[in-house]
Design a protein around this ligand. Structure first.
Ligand code: SF4
Length: 351
């Protein structure tokens, strides 16, 4: 196992790094179609979704949503996907405006790939504990302490960290990309230690691992999963690669959200225990309405603790406002953008 990098606690939801965000001021117009203090009903939700789609048409905008966003956001989007799919779509789209419903680094990645487009982010406070676990200054120092290493960074990083990176990866392509490098290549891998450890074991490498992690995936507990497996002995257990080694050891299917979704679509008659952010269940149930998906931990027992608070900051009202006002828009300083786009392009070439 590789030597570890900076050791520190996994950051909890709280102050969020906004490196690269040039226009963080909140939308100011009072002309909201719905009062955000009142709960949104099915009727006004449908109306709001229609209003959003009309704005998209009028402004030549596309909405991209990550699998972990709220169901109503996914239902309004033009495209739903994991980080890799969203990055690919961003690179391909010809729309003038791209609204990224996800977290801040996803909107930033989108802006790096489409510098001439307006990239909007419904709530710029939607950060990521994993991205927060690796600061650019710390990585710069770590690189200086370990010269001669190729730096591979998970896409869940700020543009400033990507600018210090040789190749960006996602959970969907990390193993495939690492395997393309010479076996003796010296590699720093970060910031997700669980993904890095999994790839080290799968490929027989000895990459230096940054000790970062996602606070949502850190909550999944092997004991809870073992109990669920005992209650549902025929169920197939799926776990995201950001989960701990103990959780992954209990999983039959290990991979990105896209891998899990594909597996379920190909085997719809099974029952699944799902250890990742609960937002993916909406898309799984949409594709496989007859299939039983059991989220970890069980719904009701500890409701909400398998949800990413940052992803939930994306709401229909904020989506409507940001499209209407074309704000908040994401900007990345030119010197950072110039370097940060290179490892993303390298990823797209290698995956
Ligand atoms: S689930 Fe974890 S890795 Fe994904 S956006 Fe939320 S904090 Fe970041």
């Amino acid at each position: 196992m590789g030597v570890t990098g900076r050791i520190g606690p996994i950051s909890k939801i709280g102050p969020i790094s906004l490196i690269g965000l040039m226009t963080p001021s909140p939308p100011s117009s009072p002309r909201l179609p719905h009062n955000p203090k009142n709960p949104i009903t099915q009727n006004n939700m449908s109306q709001l979704q229609q209003d959003i789609r009309q704005l998209c048409q009028k402004k030549d905008a596309v909405i991209m949503a990550h699998y972990y966003t709220r169901p109503e956001i996914q239902d309004t989007a033009d495209f739903i996907g994991d980080s890799l799919a969203l990055a690919r779509r961003a690179a391909e789209t010809s729309a003038k405006i791209i609204v990224m419903c996800g977290v801040h680094f996803m909107a930033e990645t989108c802006k790096l790939l489409c510098p001439d487009r307006t990239v909007l982010c419904p709530d710029p406070a939607a950060g990521c504990s994993l991205a927060d676990s690796c600061k650019a200054d710390d990585l710069r120092k770590f690189k200086a302490e370990h010269p001669g290493h190729t730096v591979i960074s998970y896409v869940n990083t700020t543009a400033a960290v990507k600018a210090l990176t040789d190749i960006v990866v996602t959970s969907g392509n990390a193993e495939r990309i690492v395997r393309q490098l010479p076996q003796d290549e010296k590699i720093i891998f970060g910031p997700d230690q669980n993904l890095g450890r999994y790839i080290n074991e799968a490929t027989g490498r000895n990459m230096l691992l940054w000790q970062g992690g996602c606070h949502v995936h850190a909550r999944f507990n092997a004991g809870v999963i073992a109990r669920m497996k005992a209650q549902h002995p025929d169920a197939i257990t799926m776990a995201h690669l950001e989960c701990s080694a103990e959780v992954l050891a209990l999983a039959d299917v290990k991979g990105s959200t896209a891998v899990m979704l594909k597996y379920a679509q190909e085997h719809p008659s099974a029952t699944y225990i799902v250890a990742t952010e609960a937002g993916i269940l909406h898309e799984m149930r949409r594709h496989c309405p007859q299939t039983t998906f059991l989220p970890v931990p069980p719904e009701g027992a500890d409701a909400g603790c398998n949800e990413c608070e940052y992803m939930r900051l994306n709401t229909l009202e904020k989506l409507y406002r940001c499209l209407r006002d074309e704000s908040p828009a994401i900007e990345v300083p030119e010197d950072i953008a110039r370097e940060a786009v290179k490892p993303i392009r390298r990823m797209l070439e290698m995956s």
